[in-house]
Design a protein around this ligand. Structure first.
Ligand code: ADP
Length: 623
């Protein structure tokens, strides 16, 4: 990523696009923030203006009636401003909770919405990791855009207010009686003051930004170091590798990498430390020095003009206060622009991620809701190659699921069983042929609705370290009776009776000290209960029992056969014995269905693959 050579036009385009995303999704959030900063930028001038009038009166004619009036109006306006500020603040707070969460939500929605093919690509994972690193580690990214616009708005209105109250400084003339000092009336002074103001207030924040830009420059190496650091720090804490770590003491690798990383990146020899001692520190110091010079010059000009009689004391107060604010406004404008510029390159991967196209056709047909579960799915001459692969993972597959039947899909590892299921639930579209639901190509249906007809227990299912009930229902707000019913059906009742908090018990101890550890077999039962809770017309088990021995697997499968009731069930396994109870068995081999029939008919065919596999595996089963 080139951070130095992004043009101003490009910077503006990227920031505007990000701003528009926020505005479209959260208009109240954006408006409340901007209106609040504008209000806060302008209101101080009301105080400055009235105070100047009071001082002018005190230093001049000291008319008590007018003074009373001025003080009263100052108080009333101050009260009114405070009231409106409070209301604005309330409005803002109501719409501004969780900006980080909002940004994450945006990324998550995209991730869930994109084609599964893209979701699966390493480029997607890489982009997401970069985005989250930039966001978390160094604070760059989308959320920063809103702050940029806020600061920009605030500074522009500070400038407008300040300049309005300063115009008269240049217009008020030094009287002729002041002799040589009338030179101050020369319009060149206006030009000179404005030039100095522009130059110096530009230079100071520009120097600061230059210093800050070293952060941006080093972010790639910082991100990498942070990632490595996080990984190293966590080797020993990772539950999934807890046993390996003990046996091989892998934490030592982490320790060593961590040490090197700390020394080379974050320590005194690291990149940031070198920048800090060198250019970054110098730019910061120069920035502070330059601001002081400007303020000094302006004060001298104001005092000189007042001394020569161009205006009174009240005006001096007004000018000094306004110009200080104008100077602050200039700085914050330049700093806002600089920050937006520094942040812009970090928006590039975000938009690259958000712009990943959805190439799969998205239909809009609704899937009819049927109580009788009569959903008929058919594969018609389906062939499929994974993107980027030349080899067919499925070849000319024809299959019609009989409603309410039990179908087994068996075959060796790599024969295409999982691919078949991935196509069935439209994670991918067939390369050739079509899949039909009640006679209509599944592509024509609304995808979310189509997914509602499937419950799948995948091989690598995951449970959360949250409550048992939440795991079964996949939501926090669940139906107690239905969760109990699902757990009952999968034979979890006995274990459940031992759990202190019933279905409110936490699984594992990550988030609750009373959580329970569960065995692999118990986890599988819970995963199956989750599939039952969803109550979809199709239920699929894709070898979720791979870690179990063949006999235990066969037990779970045949038990499952009882609980699926009138649903259409698909059982996948490379162990033939698990599936012999099924009405129909399809044998996959190298992506094609080479045999289909009942267990009895298949095992009788001595020349078939099924016969061969059955006898090869028979030694494992107690028959
Ligand atoms: P099974 O479930 O029967 O073990 P799979 O359906 O997982 O088999 O795999 C079928 C074939 O497709 C295998 O040759 C496998 O290497 C290939 N395959 C699986 N997933 C992918 C993928 N994401 N990209 C490319 N090839 C894949």
């Amino acid at each position: 990523m080139s951070k130095k050579h992004m043009s101003a036009g490009e910077t503006v385009k990227l920031n505007n696009r990000a701003f528009y995303i926020f505005y479209k999704r959260y208009p109240q959030m954006v408006l409340s923030r901007l209106i609040s900063v504008i209000w806060n930028a302008l209101t101080p001038y009301v105080g400055i203006y009235f105070s100047a009038l009071v001082i002018e009166e005190l230093a001049g004619s000291r008319d008590p009636e007018r003074l009373k009036f001025l003080v009263l109006i100052t108080l009333v306006t101050a009260a009114a401003i405070a009231l409106v500020s409070a209301l604005l603040n309330k409005w803002k707070e109501a719409h501004n909770a969780g900006l980080w969460w909002k940004v994450n939500q945006l990324l998550l929605e995209k991730l869930l919405d994109m084609d599964y093919v893209s979701r699966d690509e390493s480029k997607t994972a890489e982009l997401l990791s970069i985005i989250r690193q930039n966001q978390g580690g160094s604070g760059w990214g989308l959320h920063r855009v809103i702050r940029g616009y806020e600061e920009l708005c605030s500074s522009v209105f500070t400038l407008i207010g300040g300049i309005s109250l300063t115009v008269s400084l240049f217009v008020s003339r030094v009287p002729e009686s002041a002799g040589a000092y009338t030179v101050l009336n020369n319009p060149l002074f206006v030009v000179l003051m404005v030039a100095v103001m522009l130059m110096i207030t530009y230079i100071a924040p520009a120097l600061s930004n230059k210093a800050e830009s070293y952060w941006a420059l080093s972010v790639n190496s910082l991100n990498f170091a942070n990632r490595l650091y996080f990984f190293c720090e966590n080797i020993g804490f990772n539950r999934a590798t807890a046993t390996d770590v003990r046996i091989y003491r892998q934490d030592k690798i982490g320790e060593k990498y961590g040490e090197d990383n700390r020394a080379n990146t974050f320590g005194s020899k690291g990149l940031m430390a070198r920048y800090g001692r060198g250019p970054m520190g110098l730019y910061h110091a120069a920035a502070s020095a330059v601001s002081v010079i400007f303020t000094g010059l302006v004060y001298a000009f104001v005092c000189l003009k007042a001394w020569t009689g161009a205006f009174g004391l009240g005006a001096v107060a007004q000018y000094v206060a306004s110009i200080t604010k104008v100077s602050g406004g200039m700085s914050s404008m330049v700093s806002a622009l600089g920050d937006m510029r520094n942040n812009a390159p970090f928006l590039v991967p975000i938009f690259e991620f958000l712009d990943i196209p959805n190439n799969m056709y998205q239909g809009s047909l609704t899937v009819e809701k049927r109580r009788d579960r009569k959903y008929e799915v058919e594969f018609r001459n389906v062939s499929f190659k994974y993107p980027g692969s030349d080899i067919y993972a499925l070849r000319n597959v024809n299959m019609k699921f009989e409603i309410g039947s039990r179908l087994a899909i068996v075959g060796m590892n790599g024969s295409g069983k999982t691919t078949f299921i991935k196509l069935l639930c439209r994670l991918y579209d067939p390369t050739e042929g079509e899949i039909l639901l009640n006679g209509i190509d599944i592509r024509k249906y609304n995808y979310a609705e189509y997914m509602m007809i499937f419950s799948i227990v995948f091989q690598d299912f995951q449970l959360f370290a949250l409550k048992l009930g939440e795991n079964v229902a996949s939501q926090t707000d669940y139906d107690y009776g239905q969760v109990m019913d699902s757990l009952g059906k999968v034979g979890f009742v006995e274990r459940l009776s031992e759990l202190q908090d019933g279905i409110e018990t936490y699984l594992y101890k990550d988030y609750n000290k009373n959580g329970v550890n569960i065995s692999g077999g118990e986890a599988q039962k819970i995963a199956i209960a989750r599939a039952l809770y969803k109550d979809a017309p199709f239920i699929i088990l894709d070898e979720p029992t791979a870690a179990l021995d063949p006999i235990a697997e066969a037990e779970i499968y045949s038990k499952f056969n009882d609980v699926v009731e009138d649903r259409t069930a698909i059982f996948i396994s490379h162990r033939l014995s698990s599936c012999k109870f099924c009405d129909e068995i399809a044998v996959f081999h190298e992506g094609a269905i080479i045999q289909q029939g009942t267990h009895a008919s298949l095992v009788a065919d001595e020349n078939g693959k099924y016969y061969e596999l059955w006898h090869a595996q028979a030694q494992y089963y107690a028959e």
